[in-house]
Design a protein around this ligand. Sequence first.
Ligand SMILES: [Zn+2]
Length: 467
Amino acid sequence: MALHFFNTKTNRLELFAPLEGNKVRMYSCGPTVYNFVHIGNLRTFTFQDILRRYLRHCGYELQHVMNITDVDDKIIQNAQKAGKSLQEYTAEYTKAFLDDAASLRLERPERFTPATEHIAEMIELIQRLEAKGYTYQSDGSTYYRIAKFADYGKLAKLDVAGIKPGARVDQDEYEKDDARDFALWKATRPDEPAWESPFGRGRPGWHIECSAMAMKYLGDSFDIHTGGVDLVFPHHENEIAQAEGATGKPFVRFWLHAEHLLVDGQKMSKSLGNFYTLRDLFDKGFSAESVRYLLASVPHRKQLNFTFDGLKAAATSIERLRNFKRRLETGRFPEGQDRAIAKLAEEARREFEAGMDDDLNTAQALGAVFEFVREANTHMDAGKFPAGNVADAVAVLDLFDSIFDVLRLEISSQLPAEEIEKLIAERLSARKSRNFARSDAIRDELKRKGVILEDTRDGTRWKYAGT
Ligand SMILES: [Zn+2]
């Protein structure tokens, strides 16, 4: 089977090939930097990372663009509450996002760039829509007339018959039942950031940024657009209306969406107390690799039920694979080569790829790896795993880890000894002054960086995890 994706646009599984040669042009809606991203967001970003890595494994080159939404309703509200300028406020959370992404080993897209650096492109796109009669003004704001775009609602499978022409919506986010003409450019309001434009002083609506930035860097038509399923409506529907309204060309060929993440079977929400950021999970002592593994292990079109038991199981799975790797590196094996084992390894790799080819079925891919590890361990236990097959087994693990990337220990586990000693001394003095929150935080930080502490009568000993 060659690479197939389920395309939200056509509602079916389709064979994938890029529009031009070997290069995949791809756009992903990036973070809205008004807060720490939660694990539901991180599920989508992890899916995108798996997608990137597998596309490259298939031999494609990538031109992947991700925007940073650094101006929208929520950001403005939060920045005002915090008494900070938009720039100050968003810089903080952009950095937090990059830190989280690095912890989760998410590859950086080829271009990762903020919306506010593309106001000119947004204005220009609105002007093109204006020239074609897609826009109108009301109370100083500029709206997109959805009745004018015949394909409106196709992506979200929306019944547009009931939509009242001329009804408008000003918020960036709204529900399907509220499909209305949406704001491309919002009239300036007191205390809000604003830019000059031919349509008056104001700021862009949220949706216009992605159409403008995607087309600037990827062209009028490109291969893949990804996001969470909650973005299908209205955001992606509006992106299509804006782009295709202006160019008259198909905007995106493959729309890929990651399903929701639930926590203990429930929708994640602050009021239910089941809302987690990556930092929350670190504070509970879980490793970034466990989180990454859990988020990646459920195929993106399935809802992911996040539980702490699931995270513990992820840690166990990683440990099993690391142990196997260690066994391959340090074990003593009889001379020779077993063709049956070589065949098993080859089948495992083929099965892994078959799973990934099938709309990135990570569960099937993982199943193939663990089945192989089980068989190989059985052979080793019986002394029937020859040295000549070590390379076959390493190749299976290498394939797995080129996509899942959880086997290597945290790079910062090479944290220099003097840094570690310094932190241990700081922890000791925190404990002496009964500042246990600080001392626990230091221990957790070190754990996260792959350093395990052991408190003994003779003081604190440390070692690198996995050694
Ligand atoms: Zn977007």
